[in-house]
Design a protein around this ligand. Structure first.
Ligand code: MLT
Length: 428
């Protein structure tokens, strides 16, 4: 039996129910706080605030646990595929053979995009960041599928939008890259699996034969699984809050892409490679930079180490470290930037300073390394993250809608000027 939490304020005592989740985490339910006490809570960054109850992803930052719908990330990364994990996240259960076939067939069927989208793409300057292009193209789907705008859209329409999003995202992602490098876009090849199709659209050139390397396709599939959901992070919370206004799913996902873009969120893997390149440009002395990281007076920050919620280790990083080793070995990559990465990793894992501060290499560190080894350009790293996070965003949007959650509307503590007289311009 859970106890109530008591709050004493202004000499009066108030009680609030404590609710317990299925993994025994507890939360004080303050839904009636303002109504009964006149108080609100202040929690910048929402580090102590649960914005919802969710049945999608369980994360224990202290123990390094991550599970999608109850399934361990380690098992899913080893035994499942990205499309199967997408189905699991969105619909709540692992698909039967029949469900899986129909789901992947539907997705394959919708990979092509309206030709007019190419015109929108062509309007972007070639130096546009692919994340901006991707979020714009996803948002543009509202114009091609206006039914998605109706607040009381049917289940059928919602499902079709979900399928379209998963199907078209790789096409948009690859096209955003093609626009950047000034190459003609490739159309999807529906004979290929999800990741191979993306790789072909991304790398194939009209003048050359392109065969997808299965080692690369399988490493990519694993990376997408590892990124598929991470409960109420910045971009996911954005998707839910935008969706809570009954904006279209395309608009909500587009907003999530923009939230992911920032260097403190999805842009972190790009920052890792940029840091490694800067170290290389400065002579490649990893030790010098480890010392700089330890120096309190030095503004240098080691990118890709430690994590906001994982206090001991990032379970995704453990899986991905092995994948990174395999990929580098199988592809026989010889890259001085990746050598610096290995040196930093080794030192950080063995240096007491980093061990004490739990500054272990995180998922962004290894994903940056793998993407670089796979030949994916640095500013596409965040796009790869978005490709992986898409089913998580969709699942969270769908759950928010099915729970009938109210529009997100945080409060504030106002600290500005008090009421004052308007001063006409000639008297200012
Ligand atoms: C994520 O996967 O979304 C990142 O690790 C960031 C986070 O969870 O806060």
């Amino acid at each position: 039996m859970s106890e109530n939490a008591k709050l004493t304020y202004n000499g009066q005592e108030y009680e609030f129910p404590v609710i317990t989740g299925s993994e025994n985490e507890s939360a004080i339910d303050i839904a009636k706080l303002r109504g009964s006490t006149g108080l609100i809570t202040l929690d910048p960054g929402f580090k102590n605030t649960g914005s919802t109850s969710s049945a999608i992803t369980f994360l224990d930052g202290e123990e390094g646990i991550l599970r999608y719908r109850g399934y361990k990330i380690e098992d899913l990364a080893e035994k499942s595929s990205f499309l199967e994990v997408s189905y699991l996240l969105i619909y709540g259960e692992l698909p039967t053979q029949e469900q899986y076939e129909s789901f992947s067939k539907e997705i394959t069927h919708h990979t092509l995009v309206h030709e007019d989208i190419k015109k929108i793409l062509e309007g972007f300057p070639s130096n546009s960041h692919p994340m901006g292009v991707l979020s714009s193209l996803i948002c543009a789907l509202t114009a091609f599928y206006p039914d998605s705008l109706a607040p009381n859209r049917s289940e059928e329409e919602v499902n079709l939008s979900i399928i379209r999003l998963i199907a078209k995202m790789p096409t948009f992602a690859a096209w955003a890259y093609k626009n950047e490098v000034g190459h003609p876009v490739n159309y999807p090849d529906n004979r290929l699996d999800y990741c191979s199709n993306f790789l072909k659209m991304m790398f194939a050139l009209p003048a050359e034969k392109y065969d997808v390397d299965p080692v690369i396709a399988s490493a990519l599939d694993k990376l997408l699984i590892l990124h598929a959901d991470h409960e109420q992070n910045c971009s996911t919370s954005t998707v839910r809050i935008v969706g809570s206004s009954q904006a279209s799913i395309y608009a909500s996902i587009s907003a999530g892409i923009n939230a992911l873009w920032g260097p403190l969120h999805g842009g972190a893997n790009q920052s890792v490679i940029e840091m490694l390149e800067a170290i290389k440009a400065d002579g490649g002395d990893a030790k010098k930079y480890l010392d700089k990281a330890k120096d309190k007076n030095d503004p240098f920050r080691l990118m890709g180490f430690g994590h906001r919620v994982y206090k001991n280790f990032d379970p995704r990083a453990r899986i991905i470290k092995k994948a990174a080793d395999d990929v580098l070995e199988k592809l026989g990559v010889n890259d001085p930037v990746l050598d610096i990465a290995k040196e930093l990793e080794h030192s950080a894992l063995n240096d007491q300073y980093f061990i004490d501060r739990k500054l272990y290499p995180n998922v962004d560190f290894y994903s940056g390394i793998i993407y670089r080894a796979l030949g994916i350009p640095t500013d596409m790293f965040t796009v790869m993250f978005a490709l992986g996070r898409l089913p998580g965003w969709i699942a969270q949007w769908k759950e928010m809608r099915e729970n009938g959650e109210p529009i997100g509307r945080p409060r504030q503590v106002y600290v500005g000027a008090q009421e004052r007289e308007y001063v006409s311009m000639n008297r200012r």
